[in-house]
Design a binder for this molecule. Structure first.
Ligand code: CP
Length: 304
């Protein structure tokens, strides 16, 4: 069975195929009739064991735009609360003739674990601080859309790298596509293995912004924060928050990204988040086409 468990399992040509397929679906969803009948024979379960707005709704919309049947599962309202295990939960859902599973889970590796116990395609919609592959795909797709290509571009990922599945998946995807990648954040919020990922560390945000074409501002993940790691919010914002004064001092206009949800006034000020150089809502828009592409390509393997 084929899955999308992480960017680390993909090759550059896999990403290019996903992007070309997403180009087609982006054109489809801008038509008056935004649907295609491609997946009328496929049933997909969206399993969310952790909160989500963008990922959950855009997967559901992507599935509906492809005419798949969709069921939604939220762990907080389920028999997980009565002690049912992950494998039992998913196998019970699959017995209702479900073909594919989209899963967000707080535990790193949950998708890989599940793939060893079930007989269905799994798409990882974020597993703890590990990977968020469709986010990285939509992020690189949005850079390609704004700047023409990803290869050769300089991208800095700023902030709470330690707790970020978005950072890890983005690093893998950007490097596969030939971008230069730096990370910038407080030393306490950088993982120990950061140098093994082939990215440079820059602890001065001003220098990082001067260097880059694109700055991806990560959310400070207060819910995953051990208080001893964290500079105070005020110190964080002073050293690693992006604001208009910093951007106006540059001799070029860089592209600003954020995966959402935003802590306005912490990692990014509202005047930057809502400015024309920010592509934050384009990222969300592109998430639907990217997820349609991923689902369509995986489903075509189920059908064979
Ligand atoms: N970017 C992202 O994953 O947002 P949600 O947590 O709202 O899905």
């Amino acid at each position: 069975v084929d899955h999308l468990l992480g960017i680390k399992y993909l090759k550059a040509e896999d990403i290019e195929l996903i992007f070309e397929t997403a180009d087609h679906f982006k054109e489809v969803i801008n038509r008056p009739i935004k649907k295609v009948p491609s997946l009328r024979d496929i049933t997909i379960a969206n399993l969310f064991f952790e909160n989500s707005t963008r990922t959950k709704l855009s997967f559901e919309l992507a599935e509906k735009r492809l005419s798949a049947d969709v069921i939604n599962f939220s762990a907080s309202q389920s028999s997980v609360k009565k002690g049912e295990t992950l494998v039992d939960t998913v196998n019970n859902i699959l017995s209702m003739k479900v073909d594919m599973v989209v899963m967000r889970h707080p535990n790193p590796g949950a998708g890989v674990f599940l793939s060893r116990h079930i007989d269905a395609s799994i798409i990882n919609a974020g597993d703890g601080a590990h990977e968020h592959p469709t986010q990285a795909l939509l992020d690189s797709y949005s850079i390609r859309e704004r700047l023409g290509e990803v290869g050769g571009k300089k991208v800095v990922i700023v902030g709470d790298i330690l707790h970020s599945r978005v950072a890890l998946s983005n690093i893998f995807a950007l490097k596969l596509l030939g971008a230069q990648v730096k990370v910038c954040g407080p030393k306490t919020l950088l993982p120990k293995y950061i140098n093994s990922l082939g990215v440079e560390v820059e602890t001065d945000l001003r220098k990082a912004l001067e260097w880059c074409d694109v700055a991806n501002m990560l959310r400070v993940q207060n819910e995953r924060m051990d208080i001893s790691y964290f500079p105070s919010t005020r110190e964080y914002t002073q050293q690693f928050g992006v604001n208009k004064t910093l951007l106006d001092a540059l001799d070029k206009e860089i592209v600003i990204m954020h995966p959402g949800p935003i802590n306005r006034g912490v990692e990014i000020t509202s005047d930057v988040a809502d400015s024309k150089q920010a592509i934050i809502l384009n990222q969300v828009e592109n998430g639907v086409a990217i997820r349609m592409a991923v689902i369509y390509l995986l489903a075509s393997k189920i059908k064979k």
